[in-house]
Design a protein around this ligand. Structure first.
Ligand code: MEV
Length: 438
């Protein structure tokens, strides 16, 4: 079958669905019915979602859960989390509860600098380029005044623009490397608009610069774009308590637990295979809050993993120590987040999530996101170093299997009773259901 299509984006939503159903499904009517079953009955809400992207055919649900009892800097927070992985919200809630009676989470924003670059090619005398940049630098600020005016009113703007010689990496490659403060917005549009203006100014000023030879005047801008690597936009989250206070149901020997926990973190610090999974557990918490609050989780992921590799070797984002009988566990991560602009006002559930967090500033949101990441990491390491992860995971997974097999209420009661005492695995649950139905 030839599935190529022209003018697809111009088709109506119905026409798109009909085309897909006809091309790819043996029973088109079923596919159409399923897609439509996920449309919102409120036409206004559906239209809003249709228009977020191109070629929307339906909505793709991910549960929005909440993890209550997060004591962050002395205040209780209920943290919204959008995530499909069954154990994540339960783990966050458990960690939150655990630390709420042990001093809670302390979180601090260390800095908030964002970065953008104009990448360009200049073939000529480098000292002349440096002089040109020094003499024309104020023009870059002047030419972006209409863009920066509102941001300046909010206390943000362009912090600095630096010319960088990158010719050791690529022939004739230079950058304008700019830093920004974007206050409560993530700032992507603001930064990119400034950068595109910098690129224009750069080309125009170079054309009129008398000291340049004709060939030097022709600066080629390759691209102008923000960087999602923000190593100076860092938040730190921490928990700590005397070792003996760690005692609870699964931690009967707190000293032994604390030592094993620190070792688990040290392994992730030195061993990249473990570090990736360790950090994945942190991202379970981070992405869920980032998504629920309408922020760009791909940007956050890319930036955080780059930060985890800043020493040249991929390593743990979190750290732990025992000092003078005190157990301390913390992480530091880069986070470029916004609580205004973008989806934050458009998506009704994002608005609701932010309201649940009492309409935080971007700095406060950075703290909650980091705390969710640390809580998640604590829950994972606590399980891994005590009972093992599968116990809790498979119990949560049991529910997914029950849904998969459309079990009724009576079956569920029997299955859950049985698997309280027996090990859950996909095949053991399936054969139990099959026997039950014989
Ligand atoms: C699973 O989503 C996350 C963990 O693998 C994290 C870890 O191993 O630390 C449990």
């Amino acid at each position: 079958m030839n599935n190529a299509v022209t003018g697809f984006s111009k088709l109506s939503k119905e026409e798109k669905i009909n085309w897909i159903a006809k091309e790819y499904f043996s029973t088109p009517s079923e596919a159409i019915a399923l897609l439509k079953n996920y449309w919102n009955t409120d036409e206004k809400i559906q239209k809003l979602h249709d228009e977020f992207i191109e070629n929307t055919i339906t909505n793709f649900y991910i549960p929005l859960g909440v993890a209550p009892n997060f004591l962050v800097n002395g205040k209780y927070k209920t943290i919204p989390m959008a995530i499909e992985e069954s154990s994540v919200v339960a783990a966050a809630s458990k960690s939150a509860k655990f630390w709420s009676t042990r001093g809670g989470f302390k979180a601090t924003v260390l800095n908030t600098e964002k970065i953008g670059q104009v990448h360009f090619i200049y073939k000529g005398d480098v000292s002349k380029l440096s002089l040109f940049f020094a003499q024309s630098k104020s023009k870059f600020f002047q030419d972006t005044e209409s863009i920066t005016k509102n941001m300046q009113k909010r206390g943000g703007g362009i912090l600095e623009i630096v010319l960088k010689d990158k010719t050791d990496l690529l022939p004739n490659y230079f950058q304008l490397h700019a830093t920004f403060e974007t206050k409560d917005s993530m700032g992507a549009n603001f930064i990119n608009s400034c950068l595109e203006q910098f690129a224009k100014t750069l080309k125009e000023e170079a054309l009129n610069y008398e000291l340049f030879l004709e060939t030097e005047k022709n600066i080629q801008v390759v691209m102008s774009i923000l960087s999602n690597y923000v190593p100076n936009c860092i938040v730190r989250a921490e928990v700590s308590c005397p070792i003996e206070d760690l005692q609870e149901k699964h931690i009967t020997n707190p000293q032994d637990f604390a030592e094993r926990f620190v070792q688990a973190v040290q392994i992730a610090e030195v061993e990249p295979f473990r570090a990736v999974t360790h950090n994945k557990g942190i991202m379970n918490g981070i992405d869920a809050v980032v998504l629920a609050t309408g922020n760009d989780f791909r940007a956050v992921e890319a930036g955080i993993h780059a930060y985890a590799a800043k020493s040249g070797q991929y390593s743990s984002l979190s750290h732990a120590k025992i000092e003078n009988g005190i157990f301390t566990f913390w992480l530091e991560i880069p986070l470029a987040l916004g609580t205004v602009g973008g989806l934050t006002t458009l998506h009704p559930l994002v608005k609701l999530s932010l309201e649940m967090l009492e309409n935080p500033t971007a700095k406060e949101l950075m703290q909650y996101v980091a705390v969710a990441g640390l809580a998640q990491n604590f829950a994972a390491l606590r399980s891994l170093t005590t009972t093992g992860i599968q116990d809790g995971h498979m119990k949560m997974h049991l529910n997914n299997i029950l849904n998969q097999f459309n079990t009724n209420d009576d079956e569920r009661v029997l299955i859950q009773k049985h698997f309280k005492l027996h090990i859950v695995s996909h095949s053991s649950v399936v054969s139990f259901i099959e026997n039950l139905r014989k």
